[in-house]
Design a protein around this ligand. Structure first.
Ligand SMILES: CSC[C@H]1O[C@H](OP(=O)(O)O)[C@H](O)[C@@H]1O
Ligand code: HPA
Length: 245
């Protein structure tokens, strides 16, 4: 099994990854955000892709999710762990906590969200009742526990369009809908993985209280501080995960 990691905001490069090659892959859907990094983590072969480019230049709606997922598949990925920075909606989704969501709701729009839209093949509707792979999430849970992480097993990730953050009313609506955390990149990434038959799970680091959930303005400085404190542990969890293979 070759695990692929997609690094998001705060994880453009993985410090604990031994880089062997940077694969320039072009796909029929265009170029991925960055070269696919081929390397070793805990002495196991892994792949890594910077979702927003390296350096981080792409906004969430500018990411070519189809090219990213197709490039990982072509590079030999057999499963994908996506790392995300998210805002916390539920009380237990405090800043610094890691969430492994088990559901999502998609509020994004206008993104290329399927590989099956060229009209040459059969009409395809994939099952997406459970967007995250249960076996991969179980392995992730063991790695999170082994690392002593402060983490939450399950929850609903709401995907907004961005790049602006949400209004307090939008977050209240998302809370009524059942969202626990909010980010801008979970879709169409998750469904494209499903269409390619790639097991997919997320590791979401809560980096701020979502809009209206604290008395203060959400600042990039606050977000960067939480990322600086927490992304090292996320990388350690990924190493523990591959070591368990
Ligand atoms: C205020 S930071 C917003 C930015 O961070 C998240 O990125 P990612 O999911 O790639 O970690 C969020 O989705 C936004 O793109
Ligand atoms: O509050 C947020 N909203 C949407 N995406 C995010 N990514 C980090 N924090 C947030």
């Amino acid at each position: 099994m070759t695990l692929a990691f997609i690094g998001g905001t705060g994880l453009t490069r993985m410090d604990n990854l031994q880089v062997q090659d940077r694969l320039q892959i072009s796909t029929q859907w265009g170029a991925p955000s960055a070269p696919v990094v081929q390397g070793e983590l805990a002495s196991r072969p892994v792949l890594f892709l910077a979702r927003h480019g390296d350096p981080h230049v792409l906004l969430p709606h500018q990411v070519n999710y189809r090219a990213n997922m197709a490039a990982l598949k072509e590079a030999g990925a057999s499963a994908v762990i996506a790392v995300n920075a998210v805002g916390g909606i539920s009380a237990h989704a405090r800043s610094g906590v890691i969430v492994s969501p088990d559901q999502l709701i998609d509020y994004s729009w206008g993104r290329d969200m399927t590989f099956f839209d060229d009209r040459s093949g059969p009409v395809t509707h994939v099952d997406f009742s459970w967007p995250f792979d249960a076996a991969l999430r179980a392995r992730l849970a063991a790695a999170l526990d082994a690392c002593g992480a402060d983490w939450v097993n399950g929850g609903c990730y709401g995907v907004t369009q961005g790049p602006r953050l949400e209004t307090a009313a939008e977050i209240q609506r998302m809370e009524r809908d059942g969202c626990d955390i909010v980010g801008m990149t979970g879709m169409p990434e998750a469904v494209l993985a499903r269409e390619l038959g790639l097991p997919y799970a997320m590791l979401s680091l809560v980096v701020n209280p979502a809009a209206g959930k604290s008395d203060t303005e959400i600042t990039m400085a606050e977000i960067e501080a939480v990322i600086a404190a927490g992304m090292g542990q996320v990388c350690a969890v990924l190493a523990a995960l591959v070591a368990s293979d």
